[in-house]
Ligand binder design. Structure first.
Ligand SMILES: Cc1ncc(COP(=O)(O)O)c(C=O)c1O
Length: 405
Protein backbone atom coordinates (compact mmCIF):
# COMPACT_ATOMS: atom_id res chain seq x y z
CA UNK A 1 0.00 0.00 0.00
CA UNK A 2 1.10 3.54 -0.62
CA UNK A 3 2.47 5.44 2.35
CA UNK A 4 -0.36 7.49 3.78
CA UNK A 5 1.61 10.44 5.15
CA UNK A 6 4.00 12.77 3.39
CA UNK A 7 7.72 12.63 4.13
CA UNK A 8 7.50 16.29 5.18
CA UNK A 9 5.08 15.57 7.95
CA UNK A 10 6.98 12.42 8.94
CA UNK A 11 10.11 14.56 9.41
CA UNK A 12 8.36 16.63 12.07
CA UNK A 13 8.17 15.57 15.68
CA UNK A 14 5.13 16.16 17.85
CA UNK A 15 5.53 19.39 19.85
CA UNK A 16 7.01 18.26 23.17
CA UNK A 17 5.75 21.36 24.94
CA UNK A 18 2.18 20.82 23.81
CA UNK A 19 2.47 17.09 24.59
CA UNK A 20 3.51 17.75 28.21
CA UNK A 21 0.65 20.22 28.62
CA UNK A 22 -1.77 17.66 27.19
CA UNK A 23 -0.60 14.99 29.67
CA UNK A 24 -0.99 17.48 32.53
CA UNK A 25 -4.47 18.44 31.35
CA UNK A 26 -5.54 14.78 31.25
CA UNK A 27 -4.23 14.19 34.77
CA UNK A 28 -6.01 17.31 36.05
CA UNK A 29 -9.22 16.10 34.46
CA UNK A 30 -8.79 12.83 36.32
CA UNK A 31 -8.74 14.84 39.57
CA UNK A 32 -4.97 14.89 40.24
CA UNK A 33 -3.52 18.05 41.77
CA UNK A 34 -0.98 18.63 39.03
CA UNK A 35 1.20 21.74 39.08
CA UNK A 36 1.93 22.70 35.53
CA UNK A 37 5.17 24.47 34.66
CA UNK A 38 5.01 23.61 30.97
CA UNK A 39 2.66 26.38 29.92
CA UNK A 40 3.68 28.70 27.13
CA UNK A 41 1.00 31.26 27.87
CA UNK A 42 0.34 34.00 30.40
CA UNK A 43 -2.12 32.88 33.08
CA UNK A 44 -3.64 36.39 33.32
CA UNK A 45 -7.01 37.29 31.85
CA UNK A 46 -7.01 39.40 28.71
CA UNK A 47 -7.33 43.03 29.92
CA UNK A 48 -10.95 44.26 30.08
CA UNK A 49 -10.61 47.13 27.58
CA UNK A 50 -9.40 44.66 24.94
CA UNK A 51 -12.37 42.34 25.57
CA UNK A 52 -14.69 45.36 25.37
CA UNK A 53 -13.38 46.23 21.91
CA UNK A 54 -14.12 42.67 20.78
CA UNK A 55 -17.67 42.82 22.17
CA UNK A 56 -18.24 46.09 20.38
CA UNK A 57 -16.97 44.56 17.12
CA UNK A 58 -19.47 41.72 17.50
CA UNK A 59 -22.33 44.08 18.31
CA UNK A 60 -21.51 46.07 15.21
CA UNK A 61 -21.61 42.92 13.11
CA UNK A 62 -17.88 43.00 12.41
CA UNK A 63 -17.95 39.23 12.08
CA UNK A 64 -16.96 38.57 8.49
CA UNK A 65 -13.79 37.96 6.50
CA UNK A 66 -11.43 40.90 6.40
CA UNK A 67 -8.77 41.73 3.82
CA UNK A 68 -6.25 38.88 3.90
CA UNK A 69 -3.36 41.02 5.10
CA UNK A 70 -5.47 42.49 7.89
CA UNK A 71 -7.67 45.52 8.55
CA UNK A 72 -5.98 48.75 7.41
CA UNK A 73 -6.23 50.45 10.84
CA UNK A 74 -4.38 47.59 12.51
CA UNK A 75 -1.69 47.36 9.82
CA UNK A 76 -1.15 51.10 10.19
CA UNK A 77 -1.03 50.90 14.00
CA UNK A 78 1.56 48.11 13.83
CA UNK A 79 3.68 50.10 11.36
CA UNK A 80 3.43 53.10 13.68
CA UNK A 81 4.57 50.96 16.63
CA UNK A 82 7.53 49.66 14.61
CA UNK A 83 8.57 53.21 13.76
CA UNK A 84 8.10 54.62 17.24
CA UNK A 85 9.39 51.75 19.38
CA UNK A 86 11.66 49.65 17.22
CA UNK A 87 13.36 52.16 14.95
CA UNK A 88 12.11 50.36 11.86
CA UNK A 89 10.86 52.55 9.04
CA UNK A 90 7.78 50.47 8.21
CA UNK A 91 4.55 51.45 6.49
CA UNK A 92 1.24 49.57 6.48
CA UNK A 93 2.27 47.77 3.24
CA UNK A 94 5.11 46.15 5.14
CA UNK A 95 2.69 44.54 7.59
CA UNK A 96 0.67 41.34 7.41
CA UNK A 97 -1.67 40.42 10.27
CA UNK A 98 -1.83 36.66 10.80
CA UNK A 99 -3.78 34.18 12.94
CA UNK A 100 -1.00 34.09 15.56
CA UNK A 101 2.75 34.58 15.30
CA UNK A 102 3.17 30.88 14.56
CA UNK A 103 1.23 31.24 11.34
CA UNK A 104 3.43 34.20 10.39
CA UNK A 105 6.52 32.01 10.86
CA UNK A 106 5.08 29.26 8.68
CA UNK A 107 4.02 31.69 5.96
CA UNK A 108 7.42 33.39 6.05
CA UNK A 109 9.29 30.12 5.65
CA UNK A 110 6.97 28.86 2.91
CA UNK A 111 7.43 32.17 1.11
CA UNK A 112 11.22 32.28 1.04
CA UNK A 113 12.54 28.72 1.30
CA UNK A 114 13.12 26.40 -1.62
CA UNK A 115 13.64 22.67 -1.22
CA UNK A 116 17.02 22.06 0.43
CA UNK A 117 17.65 25.64 1.55
CA UNK A 118 19.40 25.79 4.88
CA UNK A 119 18.23 27.75 7.90
CA UNK A 120 20.53 28.49 10.84
CA UNK A 121 18.81 27.94 14.19
CA UNK A 122 20.53 28.92 17.42
CA UNK A 123 20.29 26.16 20.00
CA UNK A 124 18.47 25.71 22.29
CA UNK A 125 15.72 26.74 19.92
CA UNK A 126 11.96 26.93 20.35
CA UNK A 127 10.44 23.70 18.99
CA UNK A 128 8.32 25.11 16.19
CA UNK A 129 11.17 26.78 14.26
CA UNK A 130 12.56 23.40 13.24
CA UNK A 131 9.10 22.11 12.34
CA UNK A 132 8.37 25.16 10.18
CA UNK A 133 11.70 24.84 8.35
CA UNK A 134 11.12 21.16 7.61
CA UNK A 135 7.52 21.61 6.49
CA UNK A 136 8.68 24.33 4.12
CA UNK A 137 11.20 21.86 2.64
CA UNK A 138 14.26 23.47 4.23
CA UNK A 139 17.05 21.95 6.30
CA UNK A 140 17.73 23.25 9.81
CA UNK A 141 21.41 23.82 10.69
CA UNK A 142 21.82 24.02 14.42
CA UNK A 143 24.40 26.28 15.94
CA UNK A 144 24.98 25.64 19.59
CA UNK A 145 25.41 28.81 21.51
CA UNK A 146 28.85 28.78 23.14
CA UNK A 147 28.74 30.35 26.57
CA UNK A 148 26.36 33.25 26.11
CA UNK A 149 26.58 34.91 22.76
CA UNK A 150 27.03 34.06 19.10
CA UNK A 151 29.65 35.81 17.03
CA UNK A 152 30.53 36.27 13.38
CA UNK A 153 33.04 33.42 13.39
CA UNK A 154 30.55 30.96 14.89
CA UNK A 155 28.12 31.81 12.12
CA UNK A 156 30.78 31.60 9.43
CA UNK A 157 31.55 28.07 10.56
CA UNK A 158 28.02 26.86 9.69
CA UNK A 159 27.21 28.93 6.62
CA UNK A 160 27.14 27.18 3.22
CA UNK A 161 26.10 28.06 -0.31
CA UNK A 162 22.62 26.86 0.58
CA UNK A 163 22.12 29.04 3.66
CA UNK A 164 19.11 31.23 3.00
CA UNK A 165 17.85 32.21 6.44
CA UNK A 166 18.84 32.65 10.06
CA UNK A 167 16.40 32.74 12.94
CA UNK A 168 16.88 35.09 15.86
CA UNK A 169 14.60 34.90 18.89
CA UNK A 170 15.20 37.48 21.59
CA UNK A 171 13.97 37.40 24.33
CA UNK A 172 14.37 33.72 23.84
CA UNK A 173 12.19 30.70 24.45
CA UNK A 174 13.31 28.39 26.18
CA UNK A 175 16.26 30.13 27.86
CA UNK A 176 14.91 33.63 28.56
CA UNK A 177 18.11 34.98 27.12
CA UNK A 178 18.08 38.56 25.75
CA UNK A 179 20.56 39.44 23.00
CA UNK A 180 22.35 42.73 23.50
CA UNK A 181 23.04 45.25 20.78
CA UNK A 182 26.63 44.10 20.23
CA UNK A 183 25.63 40.50 19.54
CA UNK A 184 22.76 41.54 17.26
CA UNK A 185 25.08 43.85 15.33
CA UNK A 186 27.45 41.01 14.70
CA UNK A 187 24.64 38.79 13.44
CA UNK A 188 23.38 41.65 11.26
CA UNK A 189 26.82 42.19 9.75
CA UNK A 190 27.06 38.48 8.98
CA UNK A 191 23.58 38.44 7.38
CA UNK A 192 24.47 41.39 5.15
CA UNK A 193 27.86 39.95 4.14
CA UNK A 194 26.39 36.56 3.26
CA UNK A 195 23.11 37.84 1.84
CA UNK A 196 20.95 35.98 4.32
CA UNK A 197 17.35 36.67 5.34
CA UNK A 198 16.78 37.01 9.09
CA UNK A 199 13.56 35.93 10.71
CA UNK A 200 13.44 37.76 14.03
CA UNK A 201 10.84 36.38 16.42
CA UNK A 202 10.16 39.16 18.91
CA UNK A 203 7.00 37.84 20.57
CA UNK A 204 8.52 38.27 24.05
CA UNK A 205 9.69 41.82 23.32
CA UNK A 206 7.75 43.36 26.21
CA UNK A 207 8.34 40.61 28.73
CA UNK A 208 11.80 41.75 29.68
CA UNK A 209 13.37 42.57 33.04
CA UNK A 210 15.46 45.70 33.14
CA UNK A 211 17.04 45.21 29.72
CA UNK A 212 16.21 47.04 26.52
CA UNK A 213 14.78 45.10 23.60
CA UNK A 214 16.57 45.79 20.33
CA UNK A 215 15.14 44.72 16.98
CA UNK A 216 17.76 43.48 14.53
CA UNK A 217 15.67 45.08 11.77
CA UNK A 218 16.72 48.52 13.06
CA UNK A 219 20.35 48.13 11.93
CA UNK A 220 21.59 49.52 8.67
CA UNK A 221 20.94 47.24 5.71
CA UNK A 222 18.64 44.97 7.73
CA UNK A 223 15.20 46.33 6.90
CA UNK A 224 15.44 44.88 3.42
CA UNK A 225 16.34 41.40 4.69
CA UNK A 226 14.47 41.01 7.98
CA UNK A 227 11.10 39.47 8.70
CA UNK A 228 10.08 40.62 12.17
CA UNK A 229 7.48 38.34 13.73
CA UNK A 230 5.50 39.53 16.70
CA UNK A 231 2.05 39.10 18.18
CA UNK A 232 -0.44 39.77 20.91
CA UNK A 233 -0.53 36.36 22.65
CA UNK A 234 2.24 36.96 25.17
CA UNK A 235 2.25 40.74 25.65
CA UNK A 236 -1.48 41.10 26.21
CA UNK A 237 -2.40 37.59 27.44
CA UNK A 238 -4.29 36.92 24.21
CA UNK A 239 -3.22 33.40 23.23
CA UNK A 240 -6.71 32.24 22.32
CA UNK A 241 -7.51 35.23 20.14
CA UNK A 242 -5.03 34.09 17.50
CA UNK A 243 -3.58 37.29 16.24
CA UNK A 244 0.02 38.00 15.34
CA UNK A 245 1.90 39.78 12.57
CA UNK A 246 4.98 40.04 10.43
CA UNK A 247 6.77 43.17 9.25
CA UNK A 248 8.91 42.59 6.20
CA UNK A 249 9.88 43.91 2.76
CA UNK A 250 6.78 44.35 0.56
CA UNK A 251 7.79 41.49 -1.75
CA UNK A 252 7.79 39.06 1.17
CA UNK A 253 4.57 40.46 2.65
CA UNK A 254 2.86 39.96 -0.74
CA UNK A 255 4.06 36.36 -0.90
CA UNK A 256 2.89 35.71 2.65
CA UNK A 257 -0.47 37.28 1.84
CA UNK A 258 -0.81 34.84 -1.06
CA UNK A 259 -0.17 31.95 1.37
CA UNK A 260 -2.73 33.38 3.75
CA UNK A 261 -5.37 33.92 1.04
CA UNK A 262 -5.20 30.23 0.21
CA UNK A 263 -5.08 28.93 3.78
CA UNK A 264 -6.44 30.85 6.80
CA UNK A 265 -7.90 33.67 4.61
CA UNK A 266 -7.33 36.23 7.39
CA UNK A 267 -6.86 36.60 11.12
CA UNK A 268 -10.22 36.57 13.00
CA UNK A 269 -12.02 39.88 12.41
CA UNK A 270 -13.06 40.32 16.06
CA UNK A 271 -9.55 39.58 17.29
CA UNK A 272 -8.11 42.19 14.94
CA UNK A 273 -10.32 44.85 16.52
CA UNK A 274 -9.22 43.62 19.95
CA UNK A 275 -5.57 43.79 18.88
CA UNK A 276 -6.07 47.36 17.70
CA UNK A 277 -7.43 48.28 21.14
CA UNK A 278 -4.43 46.54 22.73
CA UNK A 279 -1.98 48.65 20.73
CA UNK A 280 -3.86 51.93 21.03
CA UNK A 281 -4.92 51.61 24.67
CA UNK A 282 -3.01 52.13 27.91
CA UNK A 283 0.06 49.91 28.30
CA UNK A 284 -0.32 49.88 32.08
CA UNK A 285 -1.70 46.32 31.95
CA UNK A 286 1.51 45.13 30.30
CA UNK A 287 3.66 46.78 32.97
CA UNK A 288 1.58 45.10 35.69
CA UNK A 289 1.92 41.65 34.16
CA UNK A 290 5.66 42.08 33.64
CA UNK A 291 6.13 43.19 37.27
CA UNK A 292 4.31 40.02 38.38
CA UNK A 293 6.40 37.83 36.05
CA UNK A 294 9.56 39.34 37.51
CA UNK A 295 8.53 38.41 41.07
CA UNK A 296 7.85 34.89 39.91
CA UNK A 297 11.16 34.65 38.08
CA UNK A 298 13.05 35.75 41.17
CA UNK A 299 11.27 33.18 43.32
CA UNK A 300 11.57 30.18 41.01
CA UNK A 301 15.22 30.85 40.15
CA UNK A 302 16.13 31.24 43.83
CA UNK A 303 14.42 27.99 44.78
CA UNK A 304 15.82 25.99 41.86
CA UNK A 305 19.37 27.19 42.54
CA UNK A 306 18.96 26.20 46.18
CA UNK A 307 18.06 22.69 45.03
CA UNK A 308 21.30 22.47 43.04
CA UNK A 309 19.88 23.13 39.56
CA UNK A 310 22.15 25.31 37.45
CA UNK A 311 20.82 28.35 35.69
CA UNK A 312 23.16 30.06 33.30
CA UNK A 313 22.40 32.61 32.04
CA UNK A 314 19.89 34.15 34.44
CA UNK A 315 16.68 34.65 32.41
CA UNK A 316 16.25 38.31 31.48
CA UNK A 317 13.10 37.98 29.43
CA UNK A 318 10.11 35.77 28.48
CA UNK A 319 8.65 33.60 31.26
CA UNK A 320 10.86 30.54 31.23
CA UNK A 321 13.81 29.31 33.21
CA UNK A 322 16.06 26.69 31.65
CA UNK A 323 17.98 24.72 34.24
CA UNK A 324 20.60 22.00 34.23
CA UNK A 325 19.53 18.94 36.25
CA UNK A 326 22.04 18.26 39.04
CA UNK A 327 23.71 14.85 39.28
CA UNK A 328 22.13 14.02 42.65
CA UNK A 329 18.66 14.61 41.21
CA UNK A 330 19.38 12.34 38.24
CA UNK A 331 20.67 9.68 40.62
CA UNK A 332 17.48 9.97 42.65
CA UNK A 333 15.35 9.57 39.52
CA UNK A 334 17.32 6.69 38.08
CA UNK A 335 17.59 4.93 41.40
CA UNK A 336 13.83 4.90 41.56
CA UNK A 337 12.52 1.48 40.65
CA UNK A 338 9.83 2.74 38.30
CA UNK A 339 12.17 5.07 36.43
CA UNK A 340 14.59 2.29 35.66
CA UNK A 341 11.75 0.00 34.62
CA UNK A 342 12.10 -1.27 31.06
CA UNK A 343 15.65 0.02 30.69
CA UNK A 344 16.08 -1.76 27.38
CA UNK A 345 13.04 -0.05 25.90
CA UNK A 346 14.27 3.33 27.14
CA UNK A 347 17.74 3.10 25.58
CA UNK A 348 18.40 6.25 23.61
CA UNK A 349 15.74 8.22 25.47
CA UNK A 350 17.34 11.39 26.85
CA UNK A 351 17.80 11.50 30.62
CA UNK A 352 15.86 14.74 30.88
CA UNK A 353 12.78 13.08 29.34
CA UNK A 354 12.95 10.23 31.84
CA UNK A 355 13.53 12.76 34.62
CA UNK A 356 10.55 14.89 33.57
CA UNK A 357 8.31 11.82 33.51
CA UNK A 358 9.56 10.82 36.96
CA UNK A 359 8.81 14.31 38.25
CA UNK A 360 5.31 14.13 36.87
CA UNK A 361 4.62 10.68 38.31
CA UNK A 362 6.26 11.20 41.68
CA UNK A 363 5.47 14.83 42.48
CA UNK A 364 2.74 15.73 39.98
CA UNK A 365 4.96 18.53 38.73
CA UNK A 366 5.12 19.14 34.98
CA UNK A 367 8.24 20.62 33.37
CA UNK A 368 9.37 20.36 29.76
CA UNK A 369 12.41 18.19 28.99
CA UNK A 370 15.27 20.32 27.64
CA UNK A 371 16.14 17.95 24.81
CA UNK A 372 12.86 19.00 23.15
CA UNK A 373 14.78 22.18 22.25
CA UNK A 374 17.70 20.38 20.62
CA UNK A 375 20.86 18.56 21.65
CA UNK A 376 22.06 21.57 23.65
CA UNK A 377 19.07 21.09 25.93
CA UNK A 378 19.96 17.56 27.08
CA UNK A 379 19.98 17.19 30.84
CA UNK A 380 17.99 20.38 31.22
CA UNK A 381 14.40 21.20 32.10
CA UNK A 382 12.35 24.21 31.13
CA UNK A 383 10.07 25.60 33.79
CA UNK A 384 7.50 28.16 32.73
CA UNK A 385 6.64 30.60 35.51
CA UNK A 386 3.41 31.72 33.89
CA UNK A 387 1.70 30.46 37.02
CA UNK A 388 0.98 31.97 40.44
CA UNK A 389 3.54 32.59 43.19
CA UNK A 390 1.60 30.08 45.32
CA UNK A 391 1.89 27.39 42.67
CA UNK A 392 5.60 28.11 42.29
CA UNK A 393 6.15 27.87 46.04
CA UNK A 394 4.20 24.61 46.26
CA UNK A 395 5.89 23.14 43.18
CA UNK A 396 9.33 23.89 44.58
CA UNK A 397 8.34 22.36 47.91
CA UNK A 398 7.28 19.18 46.15
CA UNK A 399 10.64 19.11 44.35
CA UNK A 400 12.48 19.63 47.63
CA UNK A 401 10.58 16.79 49.28
CA UNK A 402 11.16 14.47 46.38
CA UNK A 403 14.87 15.15 46.14
CA UNK A 404 15.48 14.90 49.85
CA UNK A 405 13.98 11.39 50.09
C1 LIG B 1 9.19 32.04 20.42
C2 LIG B 1 7.73 31.91 20.13
N1 LIG B 1 7.24 32.39 18.97
C3 LIG B 1 5.93 32.29 18.67
C4 LIG B 1 5.04 31.70 19.54
C5 LIG B 1 3.60 31.57 19.13
O1 LIG B 1 2.85 32.72 19.34
P1 LIG B 1 1.35 32.85 18.83
O2 LIG B 1 0.46 32.45 19.95
O3 LIG B 1 1.19 34.30 18.48
O4 LIG B 1 1.19 31.96 17.65
C6 LIG B 1 5.51 31.17 20.75
C7 LIG B 1 4.57 30.48 21.66
O5 LIG B 1 4.91 29.73 22.53
C8 LIG B 1 6.88 31.29 21.06
O6 LIG B 1 7.37 30.83 22.21
Amino acid sequence: MRRMLSSRVNAVRESATIRMSAIAREMKRAGEKVLDFSLGEPDFDTPAHICEAAKKAMDEGFTHYTASAGIPELREAIAEKMRAENGVDASAENVIVTPGAKQAIFEAMLSVLDEGDEVILLEPAWVSFEAAVRIAGGNPKFLRRKEKSVNYEDLRAVVTEKTKMLVVNSPNNPVGYVMDERELREIAEFACDYNIIVLSDEVYEKIIYGKKHVSIASFEGMEERTIVVNGFSKTYAMTGWRVGYAVAPIEIVSAMTKMQQHSATCAPSISQRAALAALKGSQECVAEMVAEFKKRRDLIVKRLLKLGFSCEPMPEGAFYVFVGIPAHALTAAFGDSEASEGDEKRKGVAEDIIFAEWLLRSALVVATPGSAFGEAGRNHLRFSYATSLENIAEGMERLENLLSQ
